[in-house]
Design a protein around this ligand. Structure first.
Ligand code: GLA
Length: 497
């Protein structure tokens, strides 16, 4: 009643139903099943006929730069520092704000109800100064591309203590550990917030991270974790912002062996040009933490990360946006986006075209063979992203093909490159130790294709002998020309001398 009365007074005085009613801090709290809550804040002000203020949700912080209407019905558009936009439509209804947004313009309004929150709650933290740049010494880790498993591709927010233990059990016993896989990496959504002393804590899906690390280590495996330099991770959980050294020490105390550090929330505070200093902060913190921890940079290949990744202590850096379990996504990341990055990979420092989707069901086994072959030619990290407790013999054979893995893990660490392409067919090769070479003939086309090319065109000496690493047999490749039939979306891959 009181609100309606104020609203009608404001109608009378200002010719519109806004003013004090809409102004203030509003929150939509969406509880996660792990005991945390995903809060979206609308901190609204009324300036004349304009609505201004900020919108904060998950990893994004928007400044409202356009508005129409008033408390009786309004639209606000916000923009981030890196130019992402969001639009909400809403109206005041008693002491609630009915508000909604279209996930995409063609999709229906996702409706929410916001309630008043104390002023300042959810406010974005102030910008912290950045260190001057310096070179962090090599940590001596990841001499070959890291191999392991990561929870994100299959489990998203459903990863928990039991599933991580299950993956460790599976990896230790299903041939993956024997094939070289070591890391069990927990991606986003393990975080719980901070205790009174500012220490990062887990949410209820992970009751005891140290006990979990002990368990994974007891299997002869290593445990990885995930965070962001920003106040929030991509999924909206607690990031390390302003707690870098404290968190690195906490992880070291838990027994963590690998960190994936994801830009996300940091985009609201720092520009792409400042990334190097932001990542250096964590590189220094890890060095001081007193435990060897592989440092994996995840910032989607922005700011030519391959040029400075090693200087901030990085062992690997994502070169692309997120992979999806589709042929189109995998082919785009693997065939297109890595071209020209070969020279930056070397032992201890790797280009990362993102994790494997092998076994997640969106591609055929032939396409997954291509995925595995291409990643090995690229000297890419091999982080399986499927449910290791439940996979077909065909998927297991792809992930544990020791001859293909030997290409990926070659000690000289030279990334392969595309030597030839014609239409949908491509020939890639990678120099290996002992004067050997991996040669992969890919067919990205929709039907089987015969691929022929002169070795001289590829600037390769005609090989004396070769081995088919998928058929596991010696092959005859003599003669001036390579000629082979490759299935649609498939690969034929040899190691030649
Ligand atoms: C980003 C990363 C993904 C994953 C998610 C988690 O999108 O690129 O690999 O870590 O965040 O929220």
């Amino acid at each position: 009643m009181r609100i309606r009365f104020l609203c009608s007074i404001s109608v009378l005085l200002a010719g519109g139903c806004f003013g004090a009613d809409l102004a203030g801090n509003w929150v939509v709290a969406q509880p996660n099943s792990d005991g945390t809550s995903r809060n979206t804040y609308f901190d609204l002000k009324q300036e004349g006929s304009r609505i201004t203020g900020h919108i904060r949700l998950t990893q994004f912080y928007y400044t409202i730069n356009e508005s129409t209407g008033d408390a009786g019905g309004f639209t606000i558009t916000g923009i981030t520092l890196d130019n992402r936009k969001v639009t909400y439509e809403g109206k005041l209804d008693g002491d609630e704000l009915q508000i909604g947004t279209h996930a995409r313009p063609d999709q229906p309004l996702t409706k929410m109800v916001a309630h008043r929150a104390p002023a300042g709650e959810g406010a974005y933290p102030a910008r912290l100064p950045l260190p001057t740049l310096h070179k962090i010494p090599d940590n001596g880790l990841a001499k070959t591309p890291p191999m392991g498993w990561n929870s994100w591709n299959k489990f998203r927010g459903r990863v928990d203590d039991a599933s991580v233990r299950g993956m460790a059990d599976a990896m230790a016993s299903n041939g993956m550990k024997a094939a070289g896989y070591r890391y069990i990496n927990i991606d986003d959504t393990w975080e719980g917030g901070r205790d009174a002393k500012g220490n990062i804590i887990t949410n209820k899906k992970f009751p005891d991270m140290k006990a979990l690390a002990d368990y994974v280590h007891s299997k002869g495996l290593k445990l990885g974790i995930y965070s962001s330099p920003g106040p929030n991770t991509c999924a909206g959980y607690e990031g390390t912002y302003g707690h870098e050294e404290q968190d690195a020490k906490t992880w070291a105390g838990w027994g963590i062996d690998y960190l994936k550090y994801d830009w996300c929330g940091a985009r609201n505070i720092y520009t792409n040009d400042e990334m190097q200093a932001v990542y250096q902060k964590m590189g220094d913190a890890l060095r001081k933490a007193g435990r060897p921890i592989v440092f994996s940079l995840c910032q989607y290949g922005l700011a030519d990360v391959w040029k400075w990744g090693p200087d901030v202590g990085g062992n690997l850096w994502r070169t692309t946006g997120d992979i999806r379990d589709t042929w189109a996504s995998m082919a785009n990341l693997g065939f297109v986006k890595q071209i020209g990055l070969e020279e930056w990979a070397r032992p201890g420092h790797w280009n990362d075209p993102d994790m494997l989707e092998i076994g997640n069901g969106g591609m055929t086994d032939t396409e997954y063979q291509t995925h595995m072959s291409l990643w090995s030619i690229l000297a890419a990290p091999l982080l399986a992203g499927n449910d290791l407790r439940d996979m077909s013999p065909a998927i297991s054979a792809i992930l544990t093909n020791k001859e293909v893995i030997a290409v990926d893990q070659d000690a000289e660490g030279r990334q392969g490159r595309r030597l030839w392409n014609s239409g949908d067919q491509e020939i890639w090769a990678r120099e290996l130790s002992g004067g050997r070479r991996a040669v992969a003939v890919f067919n990205r086309g929709e039907s089987e294709a015969k691929v022929s090319a002169k070795w001289s065109e590829l600037k390769l000496a005609a090989p004396a002998s070769g081995r088919d690493v998928w058929a596991h047999k010696e092959v005859t490749l003599q003669g001036p020309e390579l000629s082979v039939t490759v299935p649609s979306h498939g690969v034929v891959m040899w190691v030649v001398k």
